[in-house]
Design a protein around this ligand. Structure first.
Ligand code: VGL
Ligand code: ZN
Length: 205
């Protein structure tokens, strides 16, 4: 596939807590690193996202007495999955995996920093209306097509790609450079949403 100066590679949440040994380890999460590092030199623009929660974040099961991680609650803005405490601002778990090494990345976009709203997507918080600023950033920089890789396919990568489409941007998910959490059929659900939204899922590029 031909990459142009208007393409951006968004590398989602390749952080210690989402890799083996981390607080919310995605199975084989660290296996996204090699393919991402091989793809990166083909792009002129790279954005990294970083899940970045305050301690006591409302998406943490520990903040909801009687609830367990991976259950769903009704938040003010709709259903919200509860997670183990993860990616707490300033902790080692919130740091990028040390092997990721993409110093050429032009932006590190942090998300999920508001105590009472989660943010899977790099574009909008989980209320689906509060922007993170990424859309404006891409627009001002003339970046019009978005390629995605990272963690997790069925959550932060997935919602980011869906929101790119909602914003009218072509969106491409590079599947071998992603790994999934796979909670209650979330991968199948996301694949269906990708299909409906026109997100392109590719196996190689
Ligand atoms: C993510 C669950 C909670 C992700 C982040 O990066 O996919 N998943 N926070
Ligand atoms: Zn999170």
């Amino acid at each position: 596939m031909e990459i142009t100066s208007e393409d951006v590679f968004v590398v989602v949440d390749v952080q210690n807590d989402f890799c083996p040994g981390g607080a919310l380890a995605v199975p084989q999460g660290d296996q996204v690193i090699d393919p991402i590092r091989k793809l990166a030199p083909r792009f002129q623009h790279i954005v990294l996202t970083q899940d970045w929660h305050p301690a006591g974040h409302s998406s943490f099961a520990s903040n909801h007495p009687g609830r367990k991680a991976f259950e769903t609650i009704q938040a003010a803005y709709g259903p919200q999955t509860l997670w183990p405490d993860h990616c707490v601002q300033g902790t080692a778990g919130a740091e990028f995996h040390p092997a990721l090494k993409l110093p050429q990345a032009e932006l590190i976009l942090r998300k999920g920093y508001r105590i009472d709203v989660d943010s899977y997507s790099a574009f909008f918080e989980n209320d689906r209306v509060t922007p993170t600023g990424l859309s404006g950033y891409l627009r001002e920089r003339g970046l019009t097509r978005v390629f995605f890789a990272g963690l997790a396919y069925d959550f932060c990568v997935g919602y980011s790609a869906l929101d790119a489409r909602r914003l009218g941007l072509p969106a491409v998910v590079i599947q071998p450079a992603c790994r999934a959490i796979d909670l209650d059929g979330s991968v199948e659900k996301m694949n269906e949403l990708f299909h409906q939204a026109g997100v392109k899922v590719i196996q190689r590029m």
